[in-house]
Write a protein that binds this ligand. Sequence first.
Ligand SMILES: Nc1ccnc(=O)[nH]1
Length: 463
Amino acid sequence: MTATPELQPKFVEKRTIDYIPPSERHGRPISLLFVWFAANSSITALVTGALMTILGNSALWSIPAILLGNILGGYITALHSAQGPQLGVPQMIQSRAQFGFYGAILPLVLALFIYIGFYATGLVLGGQALGLLFHVSPQIGAILFAVFCALSAIVGYRWIHRFSHLPAFLSAIVFVWLIVVMVTGDMGESITASNGFAMAPFVLGVSLSASWQLTFGPYIADYSRYLPETTSQNATVGWTFLGSVLGASLAMTVGAFAAFLGGDAFSGSEVGYITDLAGKFGVIVLLAVILGKLAGNTLSAYGGFMSITTIVSAFTKQNHLKSYTRMLFILGVTAVALAIALAASENFLTVFQNFLLFLLYFMTPWSAVNLVDFYLVRNKKYDIKGLFDPNGIYGKFNWIAYIAYLAGVIVQIPFMNSAIYVGPIAYLLNGAEIAWILGVVVSAVLYYLMTGNLRRRVKAAAA
Ligand SMILES: Nc1ccnc(=O)[nH]1
């Protein structure tokens, strides 16, 4: 039997954190619509949306909270997408230009927490769905699911793009249809009757939705880095934005309505509840959940392994991995995520989401520094060799980025409202959560102000 073209070695990705040369650039930016719609319209987004009504928003006021948060956060996140075609390297390695060759290890480790955290929660929820589909326990489901996610990440970039079309279409149909089921008949009447407004849960809902988008920051440019350098920046950012915002808003609205209608019947068996809503079409809902979460988890496995590779390469100076080393790294990330998923109880999921929200406070200042550097300081021009050289122009450790970054984290402390810590101002605001906005603004402004010399040099060099 001859292998199909898809299975020929060319289809399995060879590159890791190295620069993608012009001869290997390919694809069109519209592909990002599918990648980001698929990753965002996931069961994890649905559960995040459920928090809207669980935290006290009415069913109807959940919708503007979801839209506003996703649009605000999604815009910032989508701006990272233009870095892919322009620089041709993964998202997180670009941090070396701001933080320095060794300094970038801090944001890389933080990103790794995000990758593994979302990977593990995804394995729990995907495992539930796979368990229901194959009539096996959720634990066996999670193990099977981990194997699929790892394989998918091993095959890599081209597969990720091509495969995303299927979950994107399937999730769009299934989630729209679930909304139709919930807004008609008796259920629809309870939803329209739930229309009261309360400020604190609304603001918290906006922030949770924004944080859903912003925690994708470390992922973004990885999936645009093979696009030709001449690709339109507006198209790259625009399709990323549209896919992310539409996908997440749709899934979150389903979650907000389902948690409102289901109450305790929803919490703890989220997948089972929405499957039951679909009646005899439950199997299709399960497929949408599984394939959608496979798309999202693949990104976490893929980004996780590239972050580890970047951290390790700072010491070994090896920027190109052998195929089996690449595979081992992906399996290693998968094993850690699976171990966490298997140890997780139902309660763990809530705890873990809070932990991830907490990480958000540390990630948004990174986004701010990284984006200001790209758009406003260096005018999108980087010395790619310098990103791989500890003695290159970006240096080993850049204290300017660290000050801007740490100031953005510290300014958030009094405003933080998480399960781990509630700051005094958040307390006065009745739990309204605005910390991340301050983190973004303070880090962005400080980094811009402190890079005056650098900006003048960049201007002089361009003139
Ligand atoms: N908000 C998210 C960021 C990264 N991965 C996810 O599944 N979700």
